[in-house]
Ligand binder design. Structure first.
Ligand code: PGA
Length: 260
């Protein structure tokens, strides 16, 4: 894993936005895997800003979101579809037909999940998969204990996730108990993964993901087996890493080799 440590949330957002923006400029037909939550908000704001300056074009891009709550439709303010419209889709020129978010109201969710996998394959696979990490080590809604090879499916949220996500709802009772999520196997098929984490409450999950054993109890640790994952974290999220100094030295050395 390529570990990039920056001072704060602003800086990790800028770093991730630069990677995605460069990828989109190099290949306008990029297939993006997108994430929701508090973490990617600033990254989306930066991409929108670049688009509005005329420096970025989403007209040929395709997107697939990681997950959606079962039972919430696009009009529901807590749905991930709503989040994406608010923070990205309504501001840029991505074609509606190229946007994919799992349908929380699908009449046959299992069938919908299989169809979602087929659509990703038909689009040629995901080029950049953006990821956050839960305080319990989940990516997407793949909770501890998930199969490391799972595909898109209907999952049950862990208590920790319900508690963490209740900050977006009026009360914990309102957080849906189930979701549709890309599986860990689906995420592992992406050509490049970019994981973002900010804040000390993520430090333990980040440590387990990068330095812990590869195991289903830390779903994000599956990324240790991914050939091209960049983890971009701020100092607070990096505070429990045993090899923090090494990652900083490694990045500095790489830059020197690349640019000298
Ligand atoms: P957050 O969620 O960005 O709101 O912290 C991350 C996640 O649960 O994957």
């Amino acid at each position: 894993m390529n570990v990039i440590i920056r001072a704060d949330y602003e800086e990790i957002s800028r770093e991730a936005a630069n990677i995605i923006s460069a990828g989109l400029k190099e290949n306008p037909k990029t297939v993006l895997g997108l994430a929701t939550g508090g973490t990617p908000k600033e990254l989306y704001r930066r991409l929108v800003k670049e688009y509005k300056k005329g420096e970025l074009d989403f007209s040929q891009a395709t997107s697939f979101n990681l997950d959606e709550y079962v039972g919430l439709g696009s009009e529901n303010k807590q749905s991930y579809r709503y989040f994406m419209e608010k923070h990205l889709f309504s501001h840029v020129n991505m074609k509606t037909g190229n946007i994919h978010v799992p349908d929380g109201l699908a009449p046959d969710p299992q069938l919908h999940c299989m169809e979602y996998e087929r659509m990703i394959a038909k689009a040629g696979g995901i080029d950049f998969q953006l990821l956050g990490i839960g305080s319990d080590g989940h990516i997407g809604f793949n909770e501890p204990g998930s199969s490391l090879a799972s595909r898109t499916g209907v999952v049950v949220l862990a208590r920790e996730t319900i508690r963490d996500n209740s900050r977006f709802f009026d009360s914990e009772d309102q957080v849906p108990r189930m979701a549709i999520s890309m599986g860990l196997g689906t995420i592992m098929d992406a050509r490049k993964c970019i994981m973002l984490a900010s804040g000390e409450n993520k430090a333990e999950a980040v440590r387990k993901c990068i330095e812990g054993p590869l195991c289903a109890m830390t779903p994000a640790s599956v990324l240790q087996m991914h050939p091209d994952t960049t983890v971009i974290i701020d100092e607070a999220a990096a505070c429990k890493l045993e090899r923090r100094d090494y990652y900083l030295w490694l990045e500095k050395t790489r830059r020197k080799l690349l640019y000298n």
